[in-house]
Design a binder for this molecule. Structure first.
Ligand code: SAM
Length: 232
């Protein structure tokens, strides 16, 4: 992967950026995504934020090598604190982290989202945390995609401002993904079902505590809900 040839995963994230947007890519690592967005003419200006020194230095080196220092500002900062008002950022991308970490980054930097109209996230696990954060904080799921690359399944969740309310199944599997169930969607949830049944099976053999009882009830409810979706 480099800034001209992205992974399919990051290319899918890039596809949700509106032309002419001003993007802040949080947890940018090598800054491949902002460089790609500039090279393809989709955006003219971007911010790359990184909390760790090593990846920050990789971003600086890469942006310099690509001759993009004038149009990509790289900041060593925690989460959304990489964004300054004068940047006029309107779109945030956060990719390649767990859903709970992405939700924490959004929550901690909430005040930096005042002028943001689109948040594009790509959680590696537990995407639900992002949908839950959206409901509580006045955002709604505007688009979603699920894809497979190198044997791994990835979800992309795009948020826009607006009130939302999702049921248990929508929080778990995604309101838009549920509307357009693809082969990859079925594969993800068939895998989850196998894992849930395996865990439930081993819990059935354990002596029952309150915690085990709660976990078993939760697993049974998930198996029931998702089982119905997979049957359609
Ligand atoms: N976004 C790139 C991608 O999708 O390929 C890089 C993903 S990499 C696995 C995650 C990056 O997020 C790391 O470079 C890490 O240092 C950075 N990161 C983690 N927590 C962060 C935070 N609170 N603020 C900024 N960057 C963070």
């Amino acid at each position: 992967m480099n800034s001209e040839r992205l992974s399919n995963r990051l290319e899918a994230v890039a596809s949700f950026v509106n032309k002419g947007a001003v993007v802040a890519d949080i947890g940018s690592d090598h800054a491949y995504l902002p460089c790609f967005l500039i090279h393809t003419g989709k955006v003219r200006k971007a911010v790359a934020g990184e909390v760790a020194k090593g990846p920050y230095e990789s971003a600086v080196k890469n942006v310099l090598r690509e001759g993009l220092s004038e149009v990509i500002t790289i900041r060593l900062a925690d989460g959304l604190f990489a964004i300054e008002e004068s940047d006029a950022v309107d779109t945030v991308t956060i990719a390649g982290m767990g859903g709970p970490l992405i939700a924490t980054i959004l929550d901690r930097g909430k005040e930096r989202l005042a002028h943001i109209n689109r948040i594009i996230t790509q959680p590696n696990i537990y995407a639900r945390a992002i949908r839950e954060w959206a409901v509580v904080n006045g955002w709604k799921v505007a688009d979603e995609r699920i894809l497979k690359e190198d044997g791994k399944l990835y979800e992309i969740i795009v948020l826009e401002k607006g009130q939302s309310a999702y049921g248990e199944l929508e929080l778990m599997a995604g309101p838009i993904l549920l509307d357009s169930k693809t082969d990859v969607f079925y594969e993800k949830w068939e895998n989850e079902m196998v894992e849930w049944k395996r865990v439930l099976d081993s819990l059935e053999k354990a002596s029952e505590t309150d915690a085990i009882k709660t976990k078993k009830a939760q697993l049974k409810s998930h198996i029931d809900l998702v089982g119905k979706v997979l049957a359609t």
